[in-house]
Design a binder for this molecule. Structure first.
Ligand code: DHB
Ligand code: MG
Length: 224
């Protein structure tokens, strides 16, 4: 761990202790994630709070999450919604989906969150066909090489005013390595270039440091 990382972690701890209440359901979701041998690719607590604040500010009612993982972010998202709000979350791995469903149920949010198991590239077209769209807020946090496909579907499943929010677009700074042969880096590079070229999107990125290292989000709004 470099020295910067130690500072970032202690600053996260300082602000999180002040601003973010400790929470049994979220802690248990992470414990179950570790016990099930699922990689800890969850948002940090302050990042969960960020997505919750964005959803509340935007007054989103329908949220699509691409990449449930262990359900940690879905808990933050579902809690940020009003009573009628709903989350649809897509997860390729049945084990992760099961752990997530259990954590979401324990958090008392089972009625608000529907997890659909399968490769998002296959389930996204079903959402379109089955009348789920438009979504007010779309969180892209799955396999990064597929980000360009997820962007295409996010646009199809959105409306003017929808928000698109994507995790892990900085990748410890590797996003500016144009010789990278890492498919994750190539995925976020192409994704960002497609966002830039898309006249329906107005976007920025937010670089983040903290307990999760150096990474960042892309935040975009769909416009007419
Ligand atoms: C990875 C994926 C994530 O969504 C994340 O937040 C961190 C890491 C990964 O695949 O390495
Ligand atoms: Mg992520």
């Amino acid at each position: 761990m470099n020295n910067d990382q130690a500072i970032w972690t202690s600053v996260d701890a300082y602000f999180n202790n002040l601003l973010i209440a400790s929470d049994h359901a979220l802690d248990a979701a992470l414990t179950d994630c570790v016990e099930a041998d699922i990689p800890l690719h969850n948002l940090a607590a302050n990042q969960g709070q960020l997505i919750a604040l964005l959803i509340r500010m935007h007054q989103s009612k329908t949220v699509l999450e691409i990449g449930t993982q262990a359900g940690y972010s879905a808990i933050w998202i579902a809690r940020a919604l009003s009573d009628e709000g709903r989350v649809v979350s897509l997860e390729i791995d049945p084990k992760r989906a099961e752990v997530a469903r259990n954590s979401i149920k324990r958090a008392g949010l089972a009625d608000k969150v529907e997890i659909i198991t399968g490769a998002a590239a296959d389930t996204l077209p079903l959402l379109a066909a089955e009348g789920y769209a438009p979504f007010d807020f779309i969180f892209i946090d799955a396999d990064k090489p597929s980000n360009p496909i997820y962007l295409e579907w996010a646009l199809k499943l959105s409306r003017p005013g929808s928000i698109i929010f994507a995790d892990n677009v900085v990748r410890n700074g590797a996003v500016t390595d144009f010789n990278s042969d890492d498919p994750n880096v190539q995925g976020v590079q192409l994704f960002t270039e497609l966002v830039a070229k898309e006249p329906r999107l107005s976007a920025t990125t937010i670089q983040t440091v903290g307990e999760k290292g150096y990474d960042g989000f892309l935040l975009a709004i769909v416009q007419a």
